[in-house]
Design a protein around this ligand. Structure first.
Ligand code: SAM
Length: 293
């Protein structure tokens, strides 16, 4: 069976009575060379000092899974839709190095991978369901699993947000949060014609290489992320106003103004212009004020 042939894929899906579910972000890859290019982009990040494991979210009918199973020693594919399980059993028949798990990737315990595959170097590689792109990426990064890389096909706009820089229109709290954990790079664009059904927008392959150590020192990680979210909670407001509204229960306006001045940040500045280092210095300064109270 050729999973990259429209007629053969449609035949497989129809035989199993499968219908695409928009609410699960089901746009399946149809282009074999694109699938291979994505799998190779993940594979080339590995050191090969250990055996290799790919973790795929949402294998769909198996277009990317097939390529991953060619390159990696093992593949764990997590699919939420039970209707795809018998389809995957057929499309991946004989691929003994693939384990399909019928579960929600947002509830999956990624830390368990380290326990179950102690001798493996692990990379995430996936054509992600677009409706949970950011949640999943943050889940991988926060999981404390030493992923060699996270290579994901996502909407072009989402990719632009994740690789943006301070002062750019796309820079937001998710950009700053991701940059704390990893270096983000856009690899290549993938047009709608590569999928069935065709999405309305372009997609792009994003690759994240987790930092060995965070690039900035923060006193309390959770508080640091709280400050970032607060700074972006009202984009058009200046920092004293945005932080004043979002952190009103913790700090007076005077304390916020004093902290900004101590950090050398202008009172007319907006969150979208702060670098990760400025966020770290600001959150450490506010943290000290909070702890003194
Ligand atoms: N990898 C396949 C491909 O490239 O052809 C399918 C990719 S499709 C964009 C996204 C896949 O994620 C679908 O198979 C969908 O059912 C699955 N999915 C959606 N939400 C999920 C979740 N919360 N956990 C696991 N899989 C999910």
């Amino acid at each position: 069976m050729n999973l990259y042939s429209v007629t053969q894929l449609k035949d497989l899906l129809e035989r199993h009575g499968f219908f695409f579910k928009k609410n699960l972000g089901q746009n399946f890859l149809l282009n074999e060379s694109t699938a291979l290019r994505i799998a190779s982009s993940a594979f080339e990040t590995l050191s090969h000092k250990k055996k290799t494991l790919a973790v795929e979210i949402g294998p769909g009918a198996g277009a990317l899974t097939l390529q991953l199973s060619e390159l990696f020693d093992r593949v764990v594919a997590i699919e939420i839709d039970p209707h795809l399980i018998p389809i995957l059993e057929e499309s991946l028949a004989g691929r003994d190095n693939v384990t399909v798990m019928n579960t929600d990737a947002l509830r999956f315990d990624y830390k368990a991978l380290e326990r179950d595959f102690p001798d493996y170097e692990i990379a995430v590689c996936s054509n992600l369901p677009y409706y949970i792109t950011s949640e999943l990426i943050m889940r991988f990064l926060e999981s404390e699993v030493p992923f060699a890389s996270v290579t994901v096909l996502i909407q072009k706009e989402a990719c632009a947000r994740l690789i943006s820089k301070p002062g750019c229109a796309d820079y937001g709290s998710i950009t700053a949060a991701v940059s704390y954990y990893a270096r983000a790079e856009k690899l290549f664009l993938v047009g709608p014609g590569n999928f069935i059904p065709k999405p309305k927008v372009d997609s792009a392959v994003l690759r994240l290489i987790p930092h060995a150590h965070p690039p900035v020192e923060v006193m309390q990680e959770s508080f640091f992320f709280k400050i970032i979210r607060a700074a972006f909670s009202a984009r058009r407001k200046t920092l004293p106003n945005a932080l004043g509204v979002a952190l009103g229960e913790l700090f007076t306006k005077e304390e916020i103004a004093a902290a900004l001045e101590e950090c050398g940040i202008s009172l007319t500045e907006r969150g979208e212009n702060l670098s990760l280092n400025q966020f770290a210095v600001l959150s450490n300064t506010l943290c000290k004020i909070k702890d003194r109270k």
